[in-house]
Design a binder for this molecule. Structure first.
Ligand SMILES: N[C@@H](CCC[C@H](N)C(=O)O)C(=O)O
Length: 360
């Protein structure tokens, strides 16, 4: 069936992949999640073409996008926020593995913080041998479109269970957009936290929205773009007081329309992920956040987003760089460490839900 076509006994929502009739591929997959941000994980060289029963060897990005969109469909496929594809034969021979990421809308993403922890666990659990290097389980070098990410599985951690492994990740440098730069000139800037002028990082963004006209935002890239909105700093989002009330207000807020308006702003040529944050958690160095992701909508957590939130919270003086920042999202907690001039480290769980095979 052609893309976009439909008939009474099948539905095509992902390019040339039709549901219910004429499956093309047999995919062995594992359903995983990191703090409730859920993934379908499969190996690039383990998908069979049903017409020949051979493994598919040459994938185009469009084919992977179509397949990912079909797998991610929560009604007709398996359902997930992102599809993570494991390639154990990366072109870059300095790395061990390549991770490909597709959002549920089929768009390829550059980086996924929760996904890379699940990737790391998948490699260990399935004993996937890198074709380029002799790797240990202590450190994995994973190539992404945002650069090489290093993961450090905490295999002996007391919090691990049969399905859950704690993984620490070097997420690389944060890039923070300051108001004196143009978006195109965004650089991997080293920030001296003792002399930083907080206002340098605050963008006043006008949006096309029925009740909210302007938002103060901090723009951070973790290899993908994040727009961080502190709700107490934006009176247009409603009257916010401190303490528990802010957590409840964040939980109840309608974020979709505001996030979508921000995503359409010309500042974000490739859209963005939007994080809404309250700093009034009542606990030191802990913030609460909800995220509306590019290409997937609201998710229970976002790993790169948690890094962006922690960096923005430190830069705005809401958190302290001397110790870890706790970012609590509806699906769980991530621990983020950033010293201003250093790379961002993130620690959190990777969980396996089940493994199976699907034809579609
Ligand atoms: N959930 C992810 C981010 C996935 C990609 C994102 N939606 C984008 O398009 O940049 C995470 O945990 O970081």
């Amino acid at each position: 069936m052609e893309a976009g076509g439909s008939s009474s006994d099948s539905a095509s929502v992902a390019g040339d992949i039709s549901f219910n009739t004429s499956p093309k591929y047999k995919v062995k997959f594992t359903k995983m999640h990191g703090c409730g941000n859920d993934f379908v994980v499969f190996e690039l060289d383990k998908v069979r073409q049903l017409s020949t029963n051979e493994y598919v060897r040459d994938w185009s990005v469009q084919q992977l996008s179509d397949l990912s969109k079909a797998l991610a469909n929560r009604k007709l496929g398996i359902g997930c926020d992102q599809v993570i594809i494991v390639n154990s034969k990366p072109n870059n021979t300095d790395t061990d593995y390549e991770m490909l990421i597709f959002n549920s809308d089929g768009e390829q993403a550059t980086m996924c913080g929760n996904g890379v922890r699940c990737f790391s666990k998948y490699i260990i659990d399935n004993q996937i041998q890198s074709q380029t290097k002799n790797t240990s389980n202590e450190i994995q070098n994973i190539e992404t479109l945002a650069g090489v990410i290093k993961t450090f599985p905490q295999l002996d951690h007391p919090l691990n269970t049969s399905n859950t492994t704690l993984i620490k990740v070097n997420m690389g440098n944060a890039m923070v957009l300051n108001t004196k730069q143009t978006v195109n000139a965004i650089a991997r800037n080293e920030i001296n936290l003792s002399t930083t002028d907080r206002s340098l990082y605050v963008y006043n963004i006008e949006i096309d929205h029925p009740t909210v006209n302007r938002l103060e935002c901090v723009l951070v890239s973790m290899g993908n773009p994040h727009c961080v909105v502190f709700i107490e700093r934006n009176q247009e989002l409603g009257n916010i007081s401190g303490g528990n009330y802010s957590g409840a207000r964040l939980a109840l807020m309608e974020i979709e329309s505001i996030a979508m308006a921000l995503q359409k702003h010309p500042l974000f040529a490739d859209s963005c992920n939007v994080e809404f944050v309250t700093t009034a958690s009542g606990k030191p160095n802990k913030v609460l956040s909800r995220v509306y992701e590019r290409g997937s909508g609201e998710t229970l957590a976002c790993g790169t987003g948690a890094c962006g939130v922690a960096v923005a919270s430190i830069l705005q003086g809401h958190c302290n760089a001397d110790s870890e920042v706790f970012v609590e999202m509806p699906g769980g907690l991530l621990l983020i460490s950033w010293k201003g001039h250093n790379q961002v480290f993130k620690t959190g769980p990777a969980c396996t839900v089940f493994s199976s095979t699907i034809e579609l």
